[in-house]
Design a protein around this ligand. Structure first.
Ligand SMILES: CC(C)(COP(=O)(O)OP(=O)(O)OC[C@H]1O[C@@H](n2cnc3c(N)ncnc32)[C@H](O)[C@@H]1OP(=O)(O)O)[C@@H](O)C(=O)NCCC(=O)NCCS
Length: 334
């Protein structure tokens, strides 16, 4: 049974069906999600793995494999092309032809190279891989869309049916002021993509100078940098509002906001919450999910040239389906 928010994502994804690679065909949860993706018209899945085992799994379930392409990278007619592509892209970084041959057979690299070659629109992996193993090929091969901004990540947190963006909870460990500003602006564009109002709060333990210390000053400086970026294209056309530094209660609660930051257009109305570092982000999303009862979708990478997303290793089938839908929506809006 899909939550109303997940159903809305599935509905959006089905309006323009994209091809999504799932490199972890050995995982039954991934196969079930691929099946559901076809049944709900969310995506055309390409599953990487052993065709005999995958056919066997579907036969045992009594499910049709129609609509799912299965590719065994070792036997792919495109392996030489992808190996060469990888070598050309990475030789300046010291990759040898031998290494390229081995690396192209790593399924996360193979899936990423399929995207680079234009044979797939997006990829979802991580049910059996660490974030770093899923994300590194994306950073090396697909790269940042805006060369002046890094890639970061966000979660969509749904509280009582209302979606919020929380960023960065998954990628940039200790952002500099500039990186924090870029995370805020990129998260605002992700909000626009997902129909969430881009009112962005730069969170801290201090509201507008109420607390002292260099961490609060850093958030204040990052806010100023982000506001400068908002004056430039394409951000100046998106009606993004950013303010900081704000405490979480001032960001979310109008009564607190009217006391602590009465002039702010964001305080009390924030829908995009920017945390100062990965410790805060990762802890916050897990607390909201485990204690606050929020639905959590992510980490979703933002700022890449084409969408690749990571799963938690504890992901349930519905989480994988949700991530496939999110990836497809990102591919529609790339
Ligand atoms: C993502 C991560 C793995 C990258 O680490 P890494 O592989 O050691 O990164 P490196 O510094 O060697 O960079 C690898 C490549 O990615 C690029 N890169 C790294 N971070 C990047 C970013 N934020 N945006 C864009 N590119 C980035 C580097 O420029 C480099 O590219 P190049 O090889 O073409 O020069 C690292 O940031 C990380 O571990 N983050 C935390 C992940 C995590 O544990 N999350 C919590 C669980 S959700």
């Amino acid at each position: 049974m899909l939550s109303p928010y997940l159903s809305s994502l599935v509905q959006r994804a089905s309006q323009d069906v994209k091809t999504i690679v799932l490199p972890e065909g050995e995982d039954e949860r991934v196969l079930q999600a691929a099946y559901l993706a076809v049944q709900n018209n969310v995506a055309k899945p390409i599953v990487l793995g052993n065709p005999i085992q995958i056919k066997d799994f579907f036969a045992k379930k009594g499910w049709s494999l129609d609509g799912i392409e299965v590719i065994e990278p070792e036997k792919s007619e495109h392996l030489a092309e992808y190996t060469n592509l990888l070598f050309e892209l990475r030789k300046a970084k010291g990759m040898s032809e031998d290494e390229a041959q081995k690396t192209a057979l790593n399924y996360n690299y193979f899936g990423t190279l399929m995207m680079k070659a234009g044979h797939a629109d997006g990829m979802v992996s991580g049910a059996n891989h660490s974030t770093a193993d899923t994300v590194r090929p994306a950073l090396q091969i697909i790269k940042s869309k805006n060369p002046n901004m890094g890639v970061s990540s966000f979660f969509i947190m749904v509280s009582s049916g209302k979606p919020f963006i929380l960023s960065d909870c998954g990628l940039v460990i200790k952002p500099s002021e500039k990186e924090l500003a870029d995370i805020a602006v990129t998260a605002a564009t992700s909000a626009v993509m997902f129909g969430i109002e881009p009112t962005v709060a730069m969170l801290s333990y201090s509201t507008k100078g109420s607390g002292k210390g260099e961490d609060a000053e850093k958030v204040r400086a990052a806010t100023a940098l982000a506001l400068e970026t908002l004056k430039t294209e394409p951000y100046n056309k998106l009606n993004i509002k950013i303010d900081g530094e704000l405490q979480a209660d001032a960001a979310l609660d109008m009564t607190v906001a009217s006391k602590k930051a009465p002039q702010s257009e964001v305080a009390g109305n924030a829908r995009v919450l920017i945390v100062p570092d990965l410790n805060t982000g990762n802890i916050s999303y897990k607390l909201l999910q485990r204690l606050g009862g929020c639905e959590a979708y992510g980490p979703i990478l933002q700022g890449l040239n084409a969408p690749i997303n990571d799963l938690s290793r504890g992901a349930l089938v519905e989480d994988i389906l949700g991530t496939i839908a999110i990836t497809a929506i990102q591919a529609q809006n790339k």
